[in-house]
Design a protein around this ligand. Structure first.
Ligand code: NAP
Ligand code: FE
Length: 361
């Protein structure tokens, strides 16, 4: 069987990397659109470093700081209009997964006259603007994935599009920027990275190569999660692990934990990573029942003796509980079972199994 892996992002890693590698920005153009959330780019210090680097390179910029958590399609259309109006040559995302995913869509809308919903067809006449990412959370791995996940009120859910041009050309990974995260955001986003690595292994698309990335992420995450829970996070290791998990899902995608989690995020306002943390134990227990050999790979990489020990690690990252009524559990399961990635699950998942996971929250 043949395998392939494609991750065309140049990664620059370490403290002070934006300033040290400022020269990497030249060649992208004379005008940048900086895409951020409300305040994390400032709080983390990343925006100040980036402005200094742009100034040095004689590059001017415009800021679009309207990206909300779980960005909406409308926000991305608005960002695309600003990119066009200001004549941006490239886009720089500074933020967690939300600004990074929004920036991918903004880069498309900046160069393509398409109806908003057509972005999900991922068939673009013109190449999107080039993208640079500065992640401020260690969670999504969006800096190394071809995915953009957007909130779409028209379908009352989140929807994603994938395209090779969505990969960032350049990503600056500076662990200093993660220090301004709240404890809740830290726990939520670490749970997301963990979920990516676990789902990547427990998925039909998993290959020998994607497994290398996922297992490397799991080894690092399991060694640093006790420190995260104890309030002494190793930000450098977390950032590396999150990117490794991102590289794994770049190839495999995620599976049902993510598609079920979108229900909790859309309808119950649960942050993305926390939704995964809440659903993972139910998923892990079903994997133990249906695909124990595949689950053993996850247990080996995390050094956990059994499924319950793995669930305990996940529970330590669950910042707050969420419970659903019987009717909500049934309704969410009936929607989530229709997600595309259900076909990538390792066994023939039933709607009743999904409803049981939701009901057990
Ligand atoms: P996020 O939504 O980007 O940020 C969550 C909150 O944390 C925001 O209030 C943000 O503030 C704040 N924050 C982030 N970093 C901070 C920092 N360093 N200092 C202070 N505050 C900080 O969270 P995320 O979990 O990283 O991203 C979630 C999104 O990524 C979801 O939409 C999810 O679907 C998507 N995702 C994408 C992929 C992919 O492959 N593309 C994979 C998984 C998940 P601001 O509002 O000020 O920024
Ligand atoms: Fe995720």
């Amino acid at each position: 069987m043949t395998e392939h892996m494609y991750i065309p992002t140049r990664l620059v890693i370490g403290r002070g990397c934006v300033k040290e590698y400022a020269k990497e920005l030249s060649g992208f153009g004379a005008k940048a659109l900086l895409v951020t959330g409300k305040s994390s780019a400032e709080k983390s210090g990343a925006l100040a470093d980036m402005k200094e680097a742009l100034r040095k390179g004689g590059i001017s910029w415009e800021i679009f700081n309207e990206v909300e958590a779980n960005p909406t399609l409308e926000t991305c259309v608005k960002g695309g209009q600003l990119a066009k109006k200001c004549g941006a040559d490239f886009v720089i995302a500074i933020g967690g997964g939300s600004p990074m995913d929004a920036a991918k869509a903004i880069a498309v809308f900046a160069t393509n006259e398409i109806a908003p919903m057509d972005i999900f067809k991922a068939d673009f006449k013109t190449q999107p603007l080039p993208l640079i990412c500065v992640p401020l959370t260690a969670g999504t791995g969006s800096e190394v994935t071809p995915y953009s996940i957007l909130t779409v009120h028209e379908i009352k859910n989140k929807q994603s599009f994938a395209h090779p041009a969505n990969f960032s050309r350049l990503a600056f990974l500076d662990p200093e920027y993660l220090k301004s995260m709240t404890r809740e955001t830290l726990l939520d986003t670490v749970a997301d990275a963990l979920s990516h690595a676990i789902e990547s292994i427990l998925c039909k698309r998993s290959t020998k190569v994607s497994e290398v990335y996922a297992e490397a992420a799991l080894r690092r995450l399991s060694s640093v999660i006790p420190g995260v829970i104890a309030g002494k996070p190793d930000y450098e290791m977390l950032l590396l692990a999150s990117s490794l998990a991102g590289m794994a899902i770049s190839h495999t995608g995620t599976v049902i934990v993510h598609s079920m989690g979108y229900m909790l995020t859309y309808y119950k306002d649960v942050p993305h990573g926390r939704a995964n943390a809440l659903l993972l134990p139910g998923f892990i227990r079903l994997c133990e029942k249906h695909v124990p050999d595949a689950l053993q790979k996850v247990l080996d990489a995390t050094g956990k003796e059994n499924a319950e020990a793995l669930c305990d690690m996940v529970k330590g990252l669950t910042a707050q509980p969420c419970s659903l009524s019987f009717d909500e559990a049934a309704e969410f399961a009936s929607k989530a079972i229709k997600a595309k990635n259900v076909s990538q699950n390792l066994w023939a998942l039933t709607e009743a199994e999904e409803a049981d996971i939701f009901a057990a929250l």
